[in-house]
Each structure stands twice: as structure tokens, then as C-alpha cells.
Write a protein that binds this ligand. Structure first.
Ligand SMILES: CC(C)(COP(=O)(O)OP(=O)(O)OC[C@H]1O[C@@H](n2cnc3c(N)ncnc32)[C@H](O)[C@@H]1OP(=O)(O)O)[C@@H](O)C(=O)NCCC(=O)NCCS
Length: 222
């Protein structure tokens, strides 16, 4: 576990690699990364991390048994630059197999280019077809419209809304709890065991199948 294996894809003309984070780039996560309010406002961080915070995180992550973390790297001019991360955490293999996903692109100049949406699709492919998970859960603060859109586009669906989970930028905010269900058999039938999925769940299944189709054609898993 700990760090996820390399996956590569192209999006908006950019070459992206999902690959383990290295100790050398931890400073990037701090600055320009998570010392900026614009990056952390919707991920439940009130304080700014320093390099020691990230070093502790790195050591913990390296030996974590229940998470897989990928750095999001931009490949250019023969080198690579770290711009964010993508994660599957709290991986459980009980009666159902599931995990909680999270993402961050800390270089804002790369927002809105479809990188998170594509990374979600690659991660979903790995979660469903390599880890055999039934579901991936994700929580989004409602004001975080970009995140919500990227998740929905890759097959996530609203399960329920929790009111007033955080206070950000002068007001209380609601949190949408989403899930992405494995659309493949036997996982789909195991999840519903004879119950009829709702229309929203059937539509989300189609979006997830589309996401997996995109990932099969566009994601290289060397
Ligand atoms: C959330 C985040 C990962 C999205 O990354 P991204 O690469 O910009 O996402 P994508 O480009 O794949 O998709 C975002 C979509 O939402 C749209 N969008 C952006 N801001 C929006 C808003 N406020 N409301 C609605 N849609 C919005 C974008 O235009 C884009 O849609 P389009 O492709 O149709 O134009 C990135 O903004 C980020 O790292 N934010 C800080 C950390 C964070 O909040 N993480 C998520 C926690 S749940």
C-alpha cells in the first residue's frame, strides 16, 4: 500500500503522470501548496503546514497499510514537476471493500484543464479493477463547485448532504457526501443484492462505465 503505482495519461495537451511522491518535492506541497488559503479552504485545514508537517505525513504514508497516494506530476522537457496529489484512503476490506478518495492540485494555473477529472478516472480504474473495491466515497463542501463537477463527471453520485459541517469564508457550509459504485459484475449485484437501484444510481453507473472506458483507452499502467 502507501504509494500507488505509475499511471500516465494526456489531457488538454499536457502529459500527466500519477506516481509516488518523493521526499525531495515535499516543500512544493507546503509552498506554493497548502500554505495558501485558496488551496485548503474546502479541505478542512485551518492551519498552514510547514516542511516538518509534510515530512511526518510522508513517513506515516510510506508505511500506511490502508491508503494509496499518488503524486500528480506534469511531464515536460524531459523532466517532471509535482502539481498535486490523488488518494484512496481508509481502504477497508470487510463485508464490502471500500475507500475514501481525495485530490488536490496546488498549482492553480493548472485548474480547469480536466486534470482532476482524468486523474479521478485513472484512480477509479485502479480502485475497481486492481483493488476490487465495491465503492469509493468522497465528501465535498458545496461551495467547491469545481471538485463536485470533476467527481460527478467521473461517476460519483450524491448519497446525502450534511448541514453546516464547516465554517469557511464567513459562513457555515453544507457538505455533500458522494459515492462511486463499482459498475462491473459481481460488484454491482453484490451491492444491491436484488434491490432496484434508483434512477440517479443507474445514471451514475453509466457515467462510471464511461469513465472506465476512457481510462481503458487513455491511461497507461506500465
Ligand atoms: C478540486 C480540484 C482538484 C479540481 O481540479 P481541476 O483539475 O481544476 O478539475 P477539472 O478541470 O477536472 O474539473 C473542474 C470543472 O469544474 C469547473 N469549475 C471550476 N470552478 C467551479 C465552480 N466554482 N463551480 C462550478 N464548476 C466549477 C471547471 O470549469 C471544470 O469544468 P469544465 O471542464 O466543464 O470547464 C482543484 O480545484 C483543487 O485542487 N482545489 C483545491 C483542493 C480541493 O478543494 N480538493 C478537493 C476537495 S473535495
Amino acid at each position: 500500500m502507501a504509494f500507488g503505482p505509475i499511471m500516465r495519461f494526456k489531457v488538454s495537451g499536457l502529459e500527466i503522470e500519477l506516481a509516488p511522491v518523493t521526499r525531495e518535492v515535499l516543500g512544493e506541497f507546503v509552498n506554493p501548496g497548502m500554505q495558501q488559503h485558496s488551496i485548503t479552504q474546502y479541505i478542512g485545514m485551518d492551519s498552514a503546514p510547514v516542511i516538518e508537517t509534510e515530512q511526518e505525513w510522508y513517513d506515516k504514508t510510506r508505511s500506511a497499510k490502508d491508503s494509496l497516494i499518488w503524486g500528480i506530476w506534469l511531464l515536460e522537457d524531459g523532466g517532471r514537476t509535482i502539481i498535486g496529489n490523488s488518494a484512496l484512503e481508509h481502504i477497508e476490506r470487510g463485508h464490502v471493500h471500500q475507500a475514501v478518495s481525495g485530490s488536490m492540485i496546488f498549482r492553480q494555473e493548472y485548474w480547469g484543464k480536466g486534470i482532476a477529472s482524468a486523474a479521478h478516472k485513472a484512480r477509479t480504474l485502479y480502485a475497481f479493477e486492481q483493488l476490487g473495491l465495491h465503492r469509493i466515497k468522497s465528501a465535498v463542501i458545496q461551495a467547491n463547485g469545481g471538485s463536485r463537477k470533476a467527481l460527478e463527471r467521473s461517476g460519483y453520485n450524491l448519497v446525502y448532504t450534511e448541514h453546516n459541517t464547516v465554517f469557511v469564508n464567513g459562513q457555515l457550509r453544507h457538505q455533500d457526501n458522494l459515492e462511486c459504485l463499482n459498475p462491473n459484475e459481481p460488484f454491482w449485484s453484490q451491492w444491491f443484492h436484488g434491490e432496484r437501484p434508483t434512477k440517479a444510481q443507474r445514471e451514475a453507473r453509466q457515467r462510471t462505465l464511461e469513465a472506465l472506458k476512457w481510462a481503458h483507452s487513455n491511461v497507461e499502467l506500465p
